[in-house]
Design a protein around this ligand. Sequence first.
Ligand SMILES: *[C@@H]1O[C@H](CO)[C@@H](O)[C@H](O)[C@H]1NC(C)=O
Ligand SMILES: *[C@@H]1O[C@H](CO)[C@@H](O)[C@H](O)[C@H]1NC(C)=O
Ligand SMILES: *[C@@H]1O[C@H](CO)[C@@H](O)[C@H](O)[C@H]1NC(C)=O
Ligand SMILES: *[C@@H]1O[C@H](CO)[C@@H](O)[C@H](O)[C@H]1NC(C)=O
Length: 393
Amino acid sequence: MGRPFFSDQGVSAISVIGAFSLCLFAFILRNALASRTKKLQNAAKVSEKPTAASKPESREPGGNVTMGIRSMPWDEWIELDQQFVDYHKIRIHRIETRGEHVVKTLPENPGVVGSGHPGGQIKDITVVPLGKTFNLGEEDPMRLSALLIQEDLAIMVEGTDGRYYFQAGAVCIPGWWNMREKLGMALDEIHISGHVPQFETKLNMSMARFFKRMPVDKPVVRNNYTFQVVPEEEKQDELDPIELAWAKTMKGEEDAKDIEVETTSRGLSLFYTFNATRKTDTRAWVVGRYGSLDGLVLKPSTVWLRTERQTLRRLPRSGAIVFTIRVYQTSVERLGKEPGVPGRMASAIRSWSEEVARYKAKGAYEGIVEYLDQCHKEQVEGGVEAPETNHPF
Ligand SMILES: *[C@@H]1O[C@H](CO)[C@@H](O)[C@H](O)[C@H]1NC(C)=O
Ligand SMILES: *[C@@H]1O[C@H](CO)[C@@H](O)[C@H](O)[C@H]1NC(C)=O
Ligand SMILES: *[C@@H]1O[C@H](CO)[C@@H](O)[C@H](O)[C@H]1NC(C)=O
Ligand SMILES: *[C@@H]1O[C@H](CO)[C@@H](O)[C@H](O)[C@H]1NC(C)=O
């Protein structure tokens, strides 16, 4: 049996992408065209402080894994911030160098290119901070969408078997996974192949039901997070210094055959031997030796919190579901200085089950807990007040 066939029930790519682009353009228009200048840069306010904007919540008290979703106000669908231009540079470089690995619409959805503009009213879009104009008649809608926003996008379409399939994507900055390996997969296959903890036992049923029933007028948002080890400053790549697009320091070369997604995300902790001997003045720890991690120095400035803000909404015409992934990164060094954060973060990390710790490759950076404890102690001794919050950290 091949993949369920999509196009005969009115769920054509044209309506999927068209409706998607329509929504997107409405947003972009508001931000980029209506007031011509500045607006795009000013839209930044939302995520000036990524830690506050990103509330990782995916579990209930008691440790049960849930989807952790909240309802999403309409005007918070897409988040632009002051890093738009930096993200754009990375995103366009990825599209140019990696092509279909990052932007692709499956051929079951024919006739996509050029179908994206609503009623021919808008011919092009200029993104002011970039000084770039995109012609809607010429651009591939997924590629264009990827270049107008900082989010990665996945379009999920219901198959005749009632499952949702990943049919079109613009995933430029995935960090750990390759879109092309997942494209065409059903929702459950994606999660199983990604080794999402407790997926089959706890999440699959409710997620499948949620996708099927999700109403057009009830978009949702969720967050998840992990930590990422990045190179020291003098060894950073110029375009993508903290490995937004690909977590090379942790995962090795993106296309390396011998480093399978599976081995690395599950086994990474084995590769590191943590040496907790603190170097008093630098707060640095030496990590064990392994391949590309050879000689890497783990310290609060080389471990970054990576949060994903994910949204889901159903498109009105096609019924397809748009999944957006917005990535934020913040160094542990900076987090350690935020009132109340180090204490909460240390206890969040301590509360991970063994399975979650393996999924998040805790072994690669667990020395940060000691640092966070130290920061917490200093805050308590210094009388720093932790603001009231319902964030895990
Ligand atoms: C966790 O899930 C189990 C089984 O699904 C349920 O019995 C239990 O009450 C849940 N615990 C919490 C704290 O929600
Ligand atoms: C996930 O749930 C769906 C819907 O109930 C079902 O069709 C599918 O077989 C399940 N997948 C797994 C791996 O349990
Ligand atoms: C967040 O969840 C998605 C799947 O829902 C997964 O692919 C991704 O790796 C997770 N990201 C982090 C930072 O844990
Ligand atoms: C840990 O690091 C210290 C200082 O660099 C070193 O003296 C010690 O031998 C190391 N311990 C191990 C187990 O590698």
